[in-house]
Ligand binder design. Structure first.
Ligand code: ZN
Length: 135
């Protein structure tokens, strides 16, 4: 199984295909790493209910706060920010998450990456412009 196939267990079959926020993971992350990243994203972005998932360049679908909490018991659904507030998680598999936002005012499109690629920032699907990296 490829990483993108493994990560399909995180996809909420009832979530719509579209989401304002997308999590992008490069290469072949473990399901646990992607789940940790999702947990951090939902903790830091309390307004995000549905998060699109791109793993290894493949959009595998979207997941939701309610689904992750019900299926996996992730803390994301319970409003505990704690250690995830800085978008870094403790313990093994420690990684940094990079947040990007569309530069058009009022556009809700955002991408969170588990990797850094300065040359190729994410592009807003609506405006076709490169997103800005948030500090
Ligand atoms: Zn936009």
């Amino acid at each position: 199984m490829t990483a993108s196939e493994d990560c399909r267990i995180l996809v909420d079959p009832a979530a719509g295909p579209d989401a304002g926020t997308t999590l992008e993971a490069a290469g072949a992350p473990s399901v646990g790493e992607v789940a940790e990243a999702l947990e951090a994203v939902l903790a830091v972005l309390p307004e995000a209910e549905v998060v699109g998932l791109v793993v290894g360049g493949i959009r595998i679908g979207a997941t939701s706060r309610a689904y992750l909490d019900a299926a996996f018991g992730l803390r994301a659904g319970r409003g505990e920010t704690g250690d995830a507030a800085g978008m870094t998680l403790p313990g093994p598999g420690h990684f940094r998450l990079l947040r990007y936002q569309c530069s058009r005012s009022g556009c809700p499109r955002a991408v969170v990456r588990m990797y850094h690629d300065e040359e190729h920032p994410p592009v807003c699907p609506e405006h076709r412009t490169a997103m800005e990296l948030l500090a």
